[in-house]
Design a protein around this ligand. Structure first.
Ligand code: MG
Ligand code: MG
Length: 260
């Protein structure tokens, strides 16, 4: 069942998502060669709690971290670890959730570590752009398939592949609500969007094959060919018929500028 949110509830979702956005900016400040993904996780948890929130991912389904940290060919759901130390030329997706006032924020950004190869920056740019192509379709009367098709077409036309196994989702009092929001599909298919729906749109786009591997840790997903994967996510409300982006990359990009 899809829970429609009131304007007041959408404002609470915005508050949680703005803490997520600022947490991602904290990550932007400290991501550099030599930093471990556990260092990032500790800082994220401390910052989220300082802002009066609770890390939404911590303990979710048994997940041990406050953020998901997925490096290079890892797609999503990487577990923060002191053994994973960032190196020059890596990319890292940080997916962050914050629970405050009973509502979940959820957003992700893929960062460059030092200088990254131009073809990998192209993947990052395309993935981020595809997220906004999806958001352009997120208004009253359109369907989930319109978002899905916009993301898929944009990425596949540029030679990339779309992960099928993990998808976006409704978001609200639960981190994952109905409906599912895939990054592949056909225009005109699926549930129709209406005011009060709140969804997380999150393209996971691979440079090579779309096939993936689930690692033995029960969480991490990785590309089957070892090529890089990128991930960007916004939480979006359909508010008065139109897309209202509740999360933000503005704070991140104030720190790192436009890297790609
Ligand atoms: Mg997320
Ligand atoms: Mg999500």
């Amino acid at each position: 069942m899809i829970y429609l949110k009131s304007d007041e509830e959408i404002e609470l979702l915005r508050e949680s998502n703005q803490i997520v956005a600022k947490t991602l900016a904290e990550m932007a400040k400290i991501i550099k060669p030599g930093v471990s993904t556990l260092d990032l996780d500790k800082r994220a948890e401390e910052f989220i709690r300082d802002m009066g929130g609770v890390p939404g991912f911590l303990g979710y389904g048994g997940f041990p971290g406050s953020i998901c940290t997925s490096v290079n060919d890892q797609i999503v759901h990487g577990i923060p670890s002191e053994e994973v130390v960032l190196q020059e030329g890596d990319i890292i997706s940080v997916d962050c959730g914050v629970l405050k006032n009973g509502f979940h924020g959820d957003s992700a950004y893929t960062f460059c570590v030092g200088e990254v190869a131009p073809e990998i920056k192209d993947l990052l740019r395309t993935t981020k752009e595809s997220l906004y192509k999806g958001i352009e379709q997120a208004f009253e009367g359109r369907r989930i398939g319109d978002i899905a098709s916009a993301v898929q077409t944009y990425c596949e036309e540029r030679g990339y592949s779309v992960v099928r196994e993990m998808v976006g989702h409704g978001v609200g009092r639960s981190l994952h609500e109905s409906p599912e929001v895939p990054n592949y599909g056909r225009k005109g298919n699926g549930i129709q969007l209406k005011t009060g729906m709140t969804i997380s749109i999150e393209p996971m786009i691979n440079m090579g094959t779309r096939r993936i591997i689930f690692e033995r840790d029960g969480w991490t997903t990785r590309t089957a060919d070892g090529k890089p994967s990128a991930h960007f996510e916004h939480s979006v409300a359909i508010s008065q018929g139109k897309a209202d982006i509740l999360s933000s990359f503005e704070y991140v990009e104030q720190i790192i500028g436009k890297e790609f």
